[in-house]
Design a protein around this ligand. Structure first.
Ligand SMILES: Nc1ncnc2c1ncn2[C@@H]1O[C@H](COP(=O)(O)OP(=O)(O)O)[C@@H](O)[C@H]1O
Ligand SMILES: [Mg+2]
Length: 237
């Protein structure tokens, strides 16, 4: 459903990603790992159309989307939860969700079922909820758009362990859905490897590993080499 072929992309004159290949079947899962600053967020932004693509092709659902505007990609079914949470502070939780709605199986009730915290906070403004609830709302907003592909950029970052557990539960629910393809960018290595059977590792804008998550997990030397000490220290989570 999603295929990147030889993607070289960046911002203005700066090239960040070089020759990135990637493919994901419908309903597929992919974890994206790599040290800070290697281009993980740039990869997500490239898929949604927020970078300058210099070479290569992106196909989604059989169509080339390489030159398509962001809003068109979103309409085509690419849901994006950026690393900076995407919430309107002056709107209530319910309003935030309703304005993101597009026809499909996901609706307000469905999102509240996956994120009961949000149901309890439906009349609170975006500013009045916790960081964890903002993250849930950001994901809820993406789901309201009824995507067939969901991009999650470090959703656990900066959240308390109890909230991380709740988010993990909700991700399991989403994964069980089966129709929704998910790309998860994660700093917490084991969490990412648990989530998805397939992983890619980026290093300085290039794909340096693409394969079974289990292979990476069982090769600690390779993992240390690709992800480094920072990754290893976070591997416990
Ligand atoms: N809007 C931007 N303009 C120019 N350079 C950027 C921009 N956003 C990120 N970068 C640079 O791109 C590189 C990769 O960043 P990023 O994709 O955010 O990495 P990661 O998500 O893996 O930490 C970094 O060197 C960063 O400074
Ligand atoms: Mg990032």
């Amino acid at each position: 459903m999603l295929r990147l072929e030889g993607i070289t992309a960046g911002y203005g004159h700066t090239v960040i990603l070089e020759g990135v290949d990637l493919s994901l079947p419908p309903g597929g899962l992919l974890a994206v790992l790599g040290r800070n600053g290697v281009g993980k967020s740039t990869l997500m932004k490239t898929i949604v159309g927020q970078t300058r693509i210099r070479q290569g092709d992106i196909r989604f659902g059989g169509e080339t989307i390489t030159g398509q505007a962001s809003y068109r990609r979103s309409r085509m079914g690419i849901g994006y939860v950026p690393q900076t949470r995407d919430v309107f502070p002056s709107l209530t939780v319910e309003e935030n969700l309703r304005i993101a709605a597009r026809p499909g199986k996901w609706d307000l009730d469905g999102v509240f079922e996956v994120f009961p915290n949000l149901a309890a906070r439906r009349d609170n403004k975006g500013t009045e909820i916790s960081g964890g609830e903002q993250q849930m709302l950001s994901i809820g907003r993406a789901l309201m758009g009824n995507p067939s592909l969901l991009l999650l950029d470090e959703p656990m970052e900066g959240l308390a362990p109890v909230i991380v557990e709740q988010l993990l539960d909700s991700f399991r629910t989403l994964r069980a859905d089966g129709d929704l393809a998910i790309i998860l960018v994660e700093q917490y290595v084991n969490l990412a490897l648990d989530f998805s059977p397939v992983t890619i590792v980026l290093d300085r804008g290039r794909v340096v590993f693409a394969g079974e998550s289990e292979r990476l997990r069982q090769d600690q030397d390779l993992m240390a080499d690709l992800i480094g000490a920072g990754g290893a220290s976070k591997a416990k989570h």
